[in-house]
Design a protein. Sequence first.
Lengths: 257, 299, 285
Amino acid sequence: MRFLKTLGYVLALPLILVAIWWVSTLGETNFFVPTPALLAEAFAETWLGDRILSDVLPSIGRLVVGVSSAIIFGIVTGLLIGSVKWLRDLTEPVLEFFRAIPPPVLVPVLMLLMGISDSMKVVVIISGCIWPVLLNTIEGVRAIDGVLSDSAHTYGIQGWARVKYLVLPSAGPQIMAGIRQCLSIGLILMVISEMFASSSGLGFAIVQFQRSFAIPEMWSGIVILGLIGVAMSFIFQWTERRVLRWYHGLREVENAI
Amino acid sequence: MQPLTPIFDRHSDRPLADEKSSGPLPLPRSFPGGEKPRPGKMRRSKKQLPGLAGIIGFLLLWELIPRVGVVEPRFLPPASEVIAALITDFSLTAFWVAVGETMLAWAIGLMMAIVLAVVLGFITGSSMVLRKFTNSTVEFLRPIPSVALIPLAVLLFGVKIESTLMLVVYASFWQVFIQVLYGVADVDNVAMQTAKSYGLGTMARVRHVVFPTALPYLMTGIRLAASVALILAITAELVIGSPGLGREIALAQSGGAISGMYALVLATGLIGVVINLVMRFIERKTLSWHSSIRSEAIV
Amino acid sequence: MQSETTPAPAGKTLPGNEAMLSVRNMKKVYKTDGGDIEAVRNLTFDLKAGELACLVGPSGSGKTTLLKCIAGLMAPTEGEVLLDGVKVSGPPKKMAVVFQEYGRSLFPWMRVRENVELPLKNQGVPKAERDRLVDDALEAVGLAHVPQSYPWQLSGGMQQRVAIARAVAYQPEVLLMDEPFAAVDAQTRADLEDLIRTVWRKLGVTVLFVTHDIDESVYLGERVIILSSSPTVIQEDLTIDLPDERDQLNTRSLPRFTELRHHVYEQIQLAKAGHRPTAAAQAGH
């Protein structure tokens, strides 16, 4: 019974919305809004064929490579800068500036520096989404509790052990917040780099559909980008809940006081 | 795209911080995730020196890389040239028109998003049933990247400012909306019941209990939305070609005005920094009554 | 042993090799933007192996500074700390510290058992021995039933027990405690005081217990070192001649307990009023 109720809450609004859409497109044919059936058909035709291999997978591949490099590089550099005070003071304003530059303007810059290629698109993703991870890691490392750090020190926990048992977990909540931003910026940059400078990929395909007024196909492209976004968000939340279980528990306890 | 907790107040090595044997007991549970640095104005000027050195060092490096020939100057002009180009830009009307167009789209889009998000957020947040009812839809719509709407915007509005607005509103709406939901959900039950027992009506309760509780969250949401809005405004101009700095960057690049392009990129970064600073300032001012400015929840 | 310029009184010292822990002419000056702050002026005392000494002083008397210097977390400006004859220049292996802020000294991302085990794991102690040490330590502090909880799921007193268990399992020769019970309620505090006495007697470890609570210092210690107000010197080094078997009810109602408590209280009041001991006063003691 409880389960049915939950299911009802989850499905009710989406079903209502689809129903409204279906009813409103029933009568006349609107040029901009395809019927649900037409969209589903276009989706299957467009994306379940060759395009998976030629457009979808390469795009996702670049996204994964770019985002994971940004995360690894951001965390490693952030650990270094965060642990060395003078380095932190020295680099902070420059890094803050880089973070404030809207990442998409990097697309024309890197096109110029690297030409149009796969590696340029990956570099666009890396150079756009490294900042939140890097700066959040620095901040997380900086904010390690003094008492906790002293405790670790008195028990001789140093070097790599300190990073593993103290620094990384302690900065974990901040790092995860940075990764969340990194993921959404990464997806944006994947699309833009392809819209701007490409002959394949999701972003390119969608712009092509729009330019050739293939409206249902264009919508199906929006849907697939949405699906990728939703999938990434689910993967992130799933991971985050596992990695930071202790943190959510701690916060619950704190909030209960 | 949420900016960091303030960068300028640091308390890494306060000399007497460890002499705490006196006075009231420290809070037993406090943890970095929830801790906020306190402002330390005295030490600021001294602390900014290394940062300044960092900036100068970075500019020198940038100057040297093309001059030594690591990268060809026609791809990456030296810093001095770019800064000169930026200074020239400052004297051009066309530059300020572009800045104005970008900031106009930013401001209108942000305002629309805030109003929409506050209204919908308070309505949805105040009812448990509504929250549950909308949750799955929100969780599905929110992660959709706003750039997915670019083709639709082009189709509907062409290269007009409305295209930019569509992306800006969509992206910034969620930032504020989610924070408002959190804020309204955070309202203390005891405070609510106290208000009820004193006979406060619905509107009075919203005004005196719900709104003050949600305000810190709302401010966080607005600050986040402000930087997201800038990103999307520039993006739309860059990709769609609606008027503003983004379009100028694309034009400069395709027209081979390389120093000009880098100067515009610098300008967008400066605008980003200014927006961050202003938003943090507003947040602090608005919440000065609040003993601890909230740290951002991991959403 | 005393420097000529500052004729500060010294605490009890022991000949050469008998001391487990020696503090010699320790001075600590903090350099700040607003000028130098002298927190500790001159401290000298020895602890013999297996001793339980309490360090008590008025608020702001540099107790924590002293403790941090002893623990090797901070370098003294002048003077030195010797552990078993070896100069302390960083946290020594033979030493464990229990801090006041139990909520911040335990790793919130580790369960109770992992917290206690971590220092041993880091030392490379083999798994079987590690398990035994952790079990024994948890048993000793009465926490054998919660190894899989996270520290923040426990009450304050229990969290401090975890911190004590971690120190015990580490098998230190010297145990430093920095006002460990200042943030727990009175009931729990009495229990924890007895726990410390028990652990100390069972393990034969040398304990230096910092507190601002006069009753606690007299009840726990075999010796109470009273500090002056800052810049800190030793006000008095007092032997507590109470019977070895102590319990909350009887010990605290002994006439001698009251006398000692009274004496320490007076000294602290004097210290607060700014009275500083002279070399002569110390010699007559």
